[in-house]
Design a protein around this ligand. Structure first.
Ligand code: HEM
Length: 401
């Protein structure tokens, strides 16, 4: 089957007021009636295919016939001539470039290395929570804990010296601040890039047991340049900061809505791990979908996506597919197949930082509710959400305890 232009619909990816934890309700209809269809998502831009079911999402993401290179003709982007990503931002590269950079980091996210970050993560959480509770009886959870925690953990991961954490943290905050201007963001991006380049050079001279020092070894071996190594560091911040922050905020909201399920967080290690997987499935913060362009004709179900056509894989629809997840719109922290979710993507670009994200969430969510048993949204105040950001989550979360 090929495209029928007269049937092209326009789709808004905006969540509905009153249901901030759910994907837009029309996704359920698409899964039933037109699971793979050409839908206009950005006015005036070419019409990509939209993949809404779990099985089809996996097929497309695992296919060797799709590309992540945003400069390829047909790649679905909201704006024309979107700038090319530097190679170090390897989620936007195809193999072999993607593979070169990913391999340089694979060991950094193995269980042993991530476990070494557990103690620093607990310490960072303690400090942030202590600062929050010492300063009064209410706070914005996003500002106080959700945003600073992942960026400080990334400082530990990279090996940013302690006295430079504030610089790193304040600049990374500007990058994702919806109130910051384009110039402020560009300046913060430039300053962080320059800082990371200096850090790579310093660690090439005086290596320590950290990620940037190991990137320095790759530079010395000629695998990539100092600039590439700095970009890799900046990419890790980009990939692991707002994503984890949003999952912390939304996870707390979902648990506040379902207090009867809180005991699952304390029922044992496996139960806690499963609860986090279910929250990842249910909330799926990568809510704008993953973009790809076909490099060859690929057949998915009874649809042929032609070479050169764009595809958006809607993870937040796939994760609510009732063919895979029973009662998919219900949050069930004891769900047996929660781990089959696609919240971290699938295929060669599947999230490299997922063990770290899991560890952070498994620490923060139970500890927050254990330490603040009366945690709630401040009466009379509203949580606000970032609708247009690639990673969905709260921008402001007034809490009291
Ligand atoms: C809950 C938090 C997170 C979520 C939901 C998430 C989600 C994702 C998704 C959906 C992708 C796939 C992108 C694509 O296929 O185009 C991805 C890729 C990636 N993520 Fe995460 N992520 C999270 C946290 C992190 C953290 C903490 C790090 C590291 C510090 C990280 C590093 C990466 C990297 C390096 C990639 C690119 C992998 C590749 O292209 O091979 N992520 N993430």
């Amino acid at each position: 089957m090929s495209e029928n232009k007269s049937s092209i619909k326009t789709l808004s990816m905006t969540r509905e007021a009153g249901a901030p934890l759910d994907p837009p309700s029309q996704y359920a209809g698409l899964r039933q009636e037109a699971p793979i269809s050409r839908v206009s998502v950005w006015a005036g831009r070419p019409t990509p295919w939209l993949v809404t079911r779990w099985e089809d999402a996996r097929t497309v993401l695992a296919s060797s016939g799709v590309s992540s290179l945003s400069t390829r003709p047909g790649f679905p982007t909201a704006v024309e001539n979107a700038p090319a990503m530097p190679p170090g931002y390897f989620f936007g590269q195809d193999n072999p470039v993607h593979d070169t950079f990913r391999r340089a980091l694979t060991r950094e996210f193995m269980v042993k290395r991530v476990e070494a970050l557990r103690e620093p993560t607990v310490r960072i959480f303690d400090q942030l929570l202590g600062g929050m509770t010492d300063s009064g009886g209410s706070a914005d959870l996003v500002e106080a804990v959700a945003l600073p925690l992942p960026s400080l953990v990334i400082c530990e991961l990279l090996g940013v010296p302690y006295e430079e954490h504030d610089f790193f943290q304040s600049h990374s905050k500007i990058l994702i601040d919806t109130a910051a201007t384009g110039e402020e963001k560009a300046a913060a991006h430039g300053a962080l890039g320059d800082y990371l380049e200096r850090l790579v050079e310093d660690k090439r001279r005086k290596p320590e047991d950290d990620l940037v020092s190991r990137l320095g070894e790759h530079v010395n071996a000629g695998t990539f340049s100092v600039r590439d190594a700095a970009d890799l560091g900046a990419f890790l911040l980009f990939a692991g900061h707002e994503t984890t922050a949003n999952m912390i905020g939304l996870g707390v909201l979902a648990l506040l809505e379902h207090p009867e399920q809180l005991p699952r967080l304390y029922a044992g290690k496996a139960e806690l791990a499963n609860a986090v997987e279910e929250l990842l499935r249910y909330l799926t913060i990568a809510h704008m979908g993953l973009s790809r362009v076909a490099t060859e004709d690929i057949t998915v179900g009874d649809i042929t996506i032609r070479a050169g056509e764009g595809v958006i894989i809607l993870l937040n629809s796939a994760n609510r597919d009732a063919d895979t997840f029973d009662d998919a719109d219900t949050l069930d922290l004891a769900r047996v197949n929660a781990r089959q979710h696609l919240a971290f993507g699938y295929g060669i670009h599947q999230c490299l930082g997922q063990p770290l994200a899991r560890m952070e969430l498994q620490i923060v969510l139970p500890e927050l509710f254990r330490r603040l048993p009366n945690l709630r949204i401040e009466p009379g105040r509203d949580v606000t959400f970032k609708q247009s950001s690639a990673a969905y989550g709260p921008s402001f979360m007034p809490i009291t305890w």
